[in-house]
Write a protein that binds this ligand. Structure first.
Ligand code: CO8
Length: 257
């Protein structure tokens, strides 16, 4: 039903694969529309989403330059907003999202990876924000998220130079969580996804919401916010079942209730 993405459910984990091989999986409006639709209609029972790109060369080589080439100011803003909104949806989904970065993650590709909760990449991955070399800025929230992930100095270096970095450097600066051989990438991403999927879904969702919401808060407000969310956990069946299972030395079966 989609032309540019594939959706595959593997029990509690759903894999979204961006598949536009002629442009190394560049993001055009149609890809973004399909991603938006897929996020709205994730298969029932999805507890973790893995996002990846088709093939072994590229995760996403950026926004589609041929689509952007002739845009005027309002059109540029509309296109930027479309990508930014889809990425924000990923960031605020009530389930963890893991980017399995299997090659180039440039421009919008790096920005997509950054909107995910976790980034695992293959050894051949390359990350960069080359936009200023095209006369634009990272417009899918790259100027916003990169500094939050790797710090202001390194974010400015990457964005002003436009130079790409290899996987080991991305790991060193904290842009990715792990680097693995290409052949093991999906297995490692699924292994981590399944570890997350085995935990209480409402608790995982609450933890994600707390981490995101408190990041920019002052310490006292953040602690208060977390306390509210912590208290809510005790209204769930999963908390009762999880603690009962621990005390009776059994494995918990969480229902997300
Ligand atoms: N858009 C459109 N087409 C692309 C893109 C892209 N981002 N990337 C690659 N392609 C196409 C190439 O044009 C080529 O097409 P064709 O076969 O018809 O010539 C095909 O994919 C294969 O690419 P290459 O032959 O170039 O493959 P190489 O292995 O030689 O190089 C690279 C791979 C290094 C990834 C190279 O393709 C490249 O530099 N691509 C562009 C990377 C880039 O600059 N990305 C950033 C784009 S800007 C962006 O993402 C902005 C996000 C915010 C938008 C805000 C909107 C307002």
């Amino acid at each position: 039903m989609y032309n540019y993405i594939k959706i595959e459910q593997k029990e509690a984990v759903t894999v979204l694969t961006i598949s536009a091989p002629k442009t190394l999986n560049a993001l055009n409006s149609a890809v973004l529309r399909e991603m938006d639709d897929a996020l709205t209609h994730l298969p029932e029972g999805t507890r973790v989403l893995v996002v990846t790109g088709e093939g072994e060369k590229s995760f996403v080589a950026g926004a589609d330059i041929s689509e952007m080439a002739n845009l005027n100011v309002p059109q540029g803003q509309t296109f930027g907003n479309r990508g930014a909104m889809v990425f924000r949806r990923i960031e605020t989904l009530p389930i963890p999202v893991i980017a399995a970065v299997n090659g180039f993650a440039l421009g919008g590709g790096c920005e997509l990876a950054m909107a995910c909760d976790i980034r695992i990449c293959s050894e051949n991955a390359k990350f960069g924000q080359p936009e200023v070399g095209l006369g634009i800025i990272p417009g899918f929230s790259g100027t916003v998220r990169l500094s939050r992930l790797v710090g202001m100095g390194m974010a400015k270096q990457l964005i002003y130079t436009g130079k790409a970095i290899k996987a080991d450097e991305a790991l060193r600066i904290g842009l990715v969580n792990a680097v693995v051989p290409q052949a093991e990438l999906m297995d490692k991403a699924l292994e981590m996804a399944n570890q997350m999927a085995a935990n209480a879904p409402l608790a995982v969702a609450a933890a994600k919401q707390c981490i995101n919401a408190t990041y920019d808060m002052d310490m006292d407000s953040a602690i208060l916010y977390e306390n509210g969310a912590f208290g809510q956990c005790f209204g769930t069946e999963d908390q009762k079942n999880g603690m009962k299972a621990f005390l009776s030395k059994e494995k918990p079966a969480f229902k997300g209730k």
